[in-house]
Design a protein around this ligand. Structure first.
Ligand SMILES: NC(=O)c1ccc[n+]([C@@H]2O[C@H](COP(=O)([O-])OP(=O)(O)OC[C@H]3O[C@@H](n4cnc5c(N)ncnc54)[C@H](OP(=O)(O)O)[C@@H]3O)[C@@H](O)[C@H]2O)c1
Length: 219
């Protein structure tokens, strides 16, 4: 995740306006470690997601870890409704790589089926997505490392369910003001805030690169 000093998660509706060289490098390194990249449908739509690409210098370490060359993108969507022209579903961009997985529920499945072979539906509940079940279903396929790229609604659900182990957050040296939301934002506050442990802190050109561990009671 990336946020400005005053806590905004976007500039003009997208997170790219806050990114910089270090953030982009971390973004690619994190992606390169993923068995799958998880993302909320709102972010996939707003950021015009396409299939993941791993820079050449990071591909070799995937091979050493016996990971597939490219991680599939797994999009969480209750509705299953997407624009047909989202780059994620473009067969030319998918090529020989993995098709996206749409983590949905029975109510959204028919909408995902409209994408045909350009997406795979993973049904995890009846009227809403069961994220804990989704993590189990991914694990059953050997997907152990899930790198979640947000956005705020998905993050809030994951936090509420205790499904996140750590949070990588870039603090970008900008003040944005305005009314853009926060990186974790759901309908209700946690009954008890989760204490976080700082795992590392790096600085480059005034940007802070932080990694935080969630200290769940069961951890
Ligand atoms: N600064 C950052 O680091 C950062 C990172 C990521 C995104 N963003 C920004 O966040 C904005 C998008 O935010 P958003 O509010 O749309 O959040 P989002 O979490 O990306 O997307 C929300 C949508 O995802 C699906 N979804 C998420 N959680 C779900 C759950 N628990 N169960 C079922 N469906 C779930 C639903 O899709 P359906 O409507 O299809 O049911 C929901 O409407 C964009 O402006 C993006 O640039 C910023």
């Amino acid at each position: 995740m990336v946020a400005s000093v005053d806590g905004s998660m976007t500039v003009n509706g997208r997170s790219g306006g806050m990114s910089n060289e270090g953030d982009r490098r971390i973004f690619h390194v994190l992606r390169s470690m993923a068995d799958t990249i998880l993302v909320g449908a709102g972010t996939a739509r707003a950021e015009r997601y396409g299939p993941a690409r791993i820079p050449g210098d990071l591909s070799a370490s995937r091979a050493r870890r016996n990971q597939n060359p490219l991680p599939p993108i797994a999009v969480v969507s209750r509705s299953g409704v997407f624009d047909d022209d989202l780059p994620l579903f473009n067969p030319d961009l998918i090529g020989d790589g993995p098709v996206p997985i749409i983590i949905t529920c029975t109510d959204g499945e028919a909408n995902v089926q409209r994408l045909g072979s350009r997406a795979e539906a993973m049904v995890t509940g009846d009227t809403d997505v069961d994220l804990a079940r989704a993590m189990t279903m991914l694990a059953e396929r050997g997907i152990g490392v899930v790198v979640s790229e947000g956005g705020p609604m998905l993050n809030a659900s994951m936090v509420q369910l205790g499904l996140l182990d750590e949070l990588c957050l870039t603090v970008s040296p900008l003040t944005v003001a305005g009314s853009a939301g926060r990186i974790i934002s759901g309908p209700s506050e946690l009954a008890t805030p989760i204490p976080m442990e700082l795992a590392h802190l790096l600085e480059m050109d005034g940007a802070l690169y932080t990694r935080w561990r969630f200290t769940h009671p069961t951890a």
